[in-house]
Design a protein around this ligand. Structure first.
Ligand SMILES: NCc1[nH]cc(CCC(=O)O)c1CC(=O)O
Length: 335
């Protein structure tokens, strides 16, 4: 008899696709039957602004409660939406291979950022995106928008699915890829133009910490975990934690592990008006062993690499703080 595993998910299109992929992966990696359980979060149930509900944690908390109360065995989160603090009783047991973490412009008529006319209206709800857009193009009108991916795409002129009142929106390329909407992308931004959010494009697969390490579920999760992604995301999130900044902070970070075993992290903190920014980068040499699937089989090497990734994030954050990042971006207010 295969072990039954219940995987909890929110009901949004993005959450359902993400969870579906992880469910398929788990079922293919071990002797498991995976069942999906829909969890309604306060963020889905209540109306009103995100701020009045207490921020993005509202989406995460209900899934975590369902895990802790045993209503499901696995929860899948977008890593960039997860608070950096540890959740007691829970473990991120797998970080699957990351999608392209970069941000994407979805503009009318195939336009790129450079091609948008002065005064063009560009929608985003993220202070990080708004600040970097203003830095690149001070002449644009950055418009604060909310809603799921489809709602946002519907705001672009020429869209038949919404009001089309904007010239462009900026979204994570990863979400568009998962939803099969890459045809809307007109430009993908490298980190030196518009650095992504820490954790963007990656998923976190969370379970109760007392999961049986000898069981089929734990075996599948170990196989699903992708070392280069886990280490990159650890560095990015350690940076965010050290800056004491929240997910609403104008902070971008991009880390990647090279084939040479060198983990490189670049980060930017931008003044909300885009008129000033601080950028730093650093590297850490990690154990250059990983098998072809990117799995870490040696526990000691794995632990020391994770510590080195966290230290890299803290080091870059300290350099930014020493240069005045907290004051520049009013980081305390972003929490
Ligand atoms: N905050 C919303 C959110 N959380 C995760 C994604 C999708 C991409 C990802 O996995 O990072 C998005 C949408 C977006 O920013 O465009």
């Amino acid at each position: 008899m295969p072990q039954l595993v219940r995987i909890g998910t929110r009901a949004s299109a993005l959450a359902l696709t993400q969870t579906g992929h992880v469910a398929d992966d788990l079922a293919s990696l071990a002797d498991l039957t995976v069942e999906t359980v829909r969890v309604r979060t306060d963020g889905d149930r209540l109306t009103g602004s995100l701020a009045s509900l207490g921020g993005t944690g509202v989406f995460v908390t209900a899934l975590r409660d369902a895990l802790l109360e045993g209503r499901c065995d696995v929860a899948v989160h977008s890593l960039k939406d997860l608070p950096t603090a540890d959740a007691p009783g829970l473990t991120i047991a797998a970080v699957p291979p990351r999608e392209d973490p970069r941000d994407a412009l979805c503009a009318r008529d195939g336009l790129t950022l450079a091609g948008l006319p002065a005064g063009a209206r560009v929608g985003t709800g993220a202070p990080r995106r708004a600040a970097q857009l203003r830095a690149a193009r001070p002449d644009l009108d950055v418009v604060d928008i909310r809603g799921n991916v489809d709602t946002r795409l519907g705001r672009v002129a020429g869209s038949t699915a919404g009001p089309g009142d904007l010239d462009a929106v900026v979204l994570a390329r990863a979400g568009l890829a998962r939803l099969g909407r890459l045809e809307a992308v007109t430009e993908v931004f490298d980190a030196d133009v518009l650095a992504p959010a820490p954790g963007q494009g990656a998923l976190a697969v969370e379970v109760r910490s007392d999961v049986d390490p000898a069981g089929e579920l734990a075996r599948a999760l170990r196989a699903l975990d992708h070392r280069p992604t886990r280490l990159a995301v650890l560095a990015e999130r350690a940076l965010l934690a050290r800056l004491e900044a929240g997910c609403a902070a104008p902070v971008g970070a991009a880390a990647a592990l090279g084939d040479d075993g060198v983990l490189r992290l670049e980060a930017v903190v931008v003044r909300p008006d885009g008129a000033a920014s601080l950028r730093r980068e650093a590297t850490a040499a990690l154990t250059p062993v990983a098998d072809e699937d990117g799995r870490a089989d040696d526990d000691a090497a794995r632990a020391s690499d994770e510590a080195a990734a966290r230290a890299l994030g803290a080091e870059v954050a300290d350099e930014l703080l020493a240069a005045g990042a907290a004051e520049l971006a009013d980081l305390a207010a972003s929490r």
